[in-house]
Design a protein around this ligand. Structure first.
Ligand code: SKM
Length: 159
């Protein structure tokens, strides 16, 4: 969360002239409801089921740019779809910048808590090894210009 997946993904899709999908947006469109509503009504479990279905369908397409939700790596089947069907870039950022970028965003139910820094640090501890396991390349996004991040992605992918 707050690593810049949507911004970078969109820029990369323009650069490569490939369609861009954000699995969170696809889940919302299919449900006809936003993510906080899905978490409220179906819980995180319901959201994760929708997420797996969206990732299964999206990764069945060739030649797309896909940004997933930050928790997509939690399920082994999502990791399998992502690593077997595509090249995976881990956009790595610090918890401080995640906080800065998500501060005003009400569309992230896991961060609607007294202490989002603690939550993000805990999520990072759990997820970083999973991101490392699933990814082909790590690209740091910290305070970098998104265009530079996109050129680094193209360079590591050799395209
Ligand atoms: O997919 C959404 C949802 O709010 C859960 C999440 C997460 O677990 O990090 C990130 C968002 O992109």
């Amino acid at each position: 969360m707050g690593a810049g997946k949507s911004t970078i993904g969109r820029l990369l899709s323009t650069e490569l002239d490939l369609p861009f999908y954000d699995s969170d947006k696809v889940i919302e469109e299919r449900a006809g409801a936003n993510i906080p509503w899905i978490f409220d009504v179906e819980g995180e479990v319901g959201f994760r089921e929708r997420e797996t279905q969206a990732i299964a369908d999206l990764t069945a397409q060739d030649n797309i740019i896909l940004a997933t939700g930050g928790g997509a790596v939690l399920k082994p089947e999502n990791r399998k779809y992502l690593s077997e069907r595509g090249s995976v870039i881990y956009l790595k950022t610090s918890v401080e910048l995640q906080i800065e970028r998500t501060r005003r965003d009400k569309n992230r139910p896991l961060l609607q808590t007294e202490d989002p820094t603690r939550v993000l640090q805990k999520l990072m501890d759990i997820r970083d090894p999973l991101y490392m396991d699933v990814c082909d390349h790590v690209v740091t996004t910290d305070k970098r210009n998104p265009k530079l991040v996109v050129s680094e992605i193209c360079r590591v992918l050799d395209i």
